[in-house]
Design a protein around this ligand. Structure first.
Ligand code: FES
Length: 154
């Protein structure tokens, strides 16, 4: 089709309109990206590097009375260290196997208890009542010069 001068103006206007649409679309897309990316970055927790730990001190044995417990960090894992009625030390993962709440030791009932949904474990870490589907992971406890060392159970 042959275009006259007025058609040429129409074509130029359409080109200009397309160019403006392109600029507006890419500008909006860039703005959306620049707005959304920081929000997503803020909401997503940073990756923590796994710290390889072979043993962790839970303090001195003399600082524990019978029935006392302490929660320590074994790398990223919270571990509950308990001095039971036989004066033995026991250590388990302190993360409930149901929905990951932190457990505690109930001295009067001699159980490890999860307050979230009343989950109960015995002093071997076995799930004995409530919703926890499996036992707590065990850790080994070694006394070295009165210091309580917690190591990963093999
Ligand atoms: S999270 Fe522990 S019983 Fe539910």
């Amino acid at each position: 089709m042959i275009s006259n001068e007025s058609d040429g103006k129409i074509i130029k206007k359409e080109n200009r309109r397309d160019f403006l649409k392109y600029l507006l679309t890419t500008g909006l897309a860039g703005f959306a990206l620049a707005t959304i990316y920081p929000v997503i970055s803020f909401l997503k927790p940073p990756k923590q590097r796994e710290v390889k730990v072979s043993s962790v001190s839970a303090g001195l044995a003399k600082d524990f009375n019978t029935g006392d417990y302490k929660i320590i960090r074994f790398g990223k894992v919270p571990v509950i260290v308990i001095k039971d009625e036989e004066k033995d030390f026991r250590a388990f993962s302190a993360t409930c196997t149901h929905l990951d709440c932190t457990v505690q030791y109930k001295k009067d009932e001699k159980i490890i208890w999860c307050a979230c949904h009343n989950g109960k474990y015995d002093l071997h870490g076995r799930n004995i009542s409530g919703p926890p589907p499996r036992p707590l992971d065990k850790f080994m406890v070694v006394l070295k010069d009165e210091e309580i060392l917690v190591t990963k159970s093999s």
